[in-house]
Design a protein around this ligand. Structure first.
Ligand code: NAD
Ligand code: MG
Length: 334
């Protein structure tokens, strides 16, 4: 070893104490992080009783349904989600961002510092208006892009519009889906089957293709899949197979896009209290007992999945790709 590279024990110790002295003057935590740590602690909440439990009132709405008309109204985190700057400066597009998981993600992303564009069907304008107002109240840009994802040309337009209005794109959440239960395969028409495939499989394909040229290394794609991917219900013949396809595209695309620095992950919910279930997604019998067969004995609320969508979009989760995160109240596997 060369003489100048040799450090004596005394030199090391004196060097160490000098850096410890510096650490004592300048705290290890930056001001923002220590502010979050200093906030008053939340009281512990029992998850089994934190949200409504069955029995639920029988209710139906014409498809696609409105969150505001459900009884009880779902909790998307409107009053509760607190951000801590995890997505500061990011630009996100969320399909089905008007209600359910998409709305919970939109509120959380905005409160984490992201600008957010949401897509929804024109019939859902009332729900979408509330979400745009919540994004703006968080001090972020909110962009409304209504339109039908079953149309390839619209999927392309939606992405271009999001990129134009947000000034770029780095988080894409393919969350919209069609779920209409049918007791028998004999009741399932080709039009039904086609609409489910177009919404749940073709639309993410078209949307990802349009978005990819805009996604830089560090970007994230998230797909909403389902416990139905691995444990399909007898009355969701078409829907369940699209969710198996979703889980599958997440895993395939993650491998394809990892070299480009783009992460692709999925969220697999169990029974969650959203308009999809009251507008043809579930029978009245299932709805009244909704979520009662989970170990939690209740359905989840969209807000309970918000932090998962944040986690998967957060650049700090940089080693997570090709993963499917479940939230099914203790039942099943993602
Ligand atoms: P939701 O009804 O709130 O959201 C679904 C959204 O899909 C609608 O708001 C609508 O805007 C959109 N959509 C449907 N067809 C469309 C079309 N042709 N064009 C444009 N938008 C269209 O219900 P949700 O439960 O929050 O659904 C979100 C995701 O969660 C879906 O992928 C669904 O499969 C999945 N999921 C839901 C549950 C559950 O129990 N609610 C369970 C597992 C998975
Ligand atoms: Mg909706």
């Amino acid at each position: 070893m060369k003489e100048e590279n040799k450090l004596s024990r005394r030199q090391i110790i004196s060097g160490l104490s000098a850096s410890l002295a510096v650490a004592a003057v300048s705290p290890i935590l930056p001001a923002e992080a220590s502010a979050a740590v200093d906030a008053a602690p939340e009281p512990l909440k029992d998850p089994t009783t934190a949200y409504p439990r069955p029995p639920f009132k029988s209710q139906t709405q014409p498809w696609p349904g409105l969150a505001s008309k459900m009884e009880p109204v779902p909790d998307h985190g409107e009053k509760t989600y607190k951000g801590s700057g995890r997505l500061k400066g990011r630009k996100a597009l969320i399909t089905g961002g008007d209600s359910g998981m998409g709305r919970a993600a939109a509120i959380a992303y905005a409160r984490e510092g992201a600008d957010v564009a949401i897509n929804y069907l024109p019939a859902e304008e009332a729900d979408a208006k509330e979400v745009i107002a919540l994004i703006k109240a968080a001090g972020q840009k909110g962009v409304a892009i209504p339109g039908d994802l079953r149309d390839e040309a619209f999927c392309k337009r939606m992405v271009e519009e999001a990129v134009r209005q947000l000034g770029g794109l780095d988080i894409l959440v393919n969350n919209a889906a069609r779920q209409q239960q049918r007791q028998s395969i004999l009741d399932l028409t080709s039009e039904d089957f086609d609409a489910t495939m177009k919404t749940n499989i073709y639309a993410p394909f078209w949307t990802i293709k349009a978005a990819l040229p805009h996604l830089k290394p560090g970007s994230a794609i998230i797909g909403t899949t389902s416990e139905q991917a691995t444990d399909p219900s007898e009355d969701l013949y078409d829907y369940a197979q699209t969710k198996a396809a979703t889980t599958n595209y997440v895993r395939s695309l993650a491998k394809q896009l990892a070299p480009k620095g783009i992460r692709v992950n999925g969220v697999a919910p169990g029974p969650i209290w959203t308009p999809l279930q009251v507008s043809g997604g579930a029978t009245q019998e299932k709805l009244q007992k909704f979520g009662g067969d989970t170990p939690m004995k209740r359905p989840g609320q969209p807000v309970e999945l918000a932090s998962i969508y944040v986690q998967l979009a957060d650049p700090q989760a940089s080693y997570a790709t090709g993963q499917v995160y479940g939230a099914a109240g203790g039942k099943g596997m993602p």
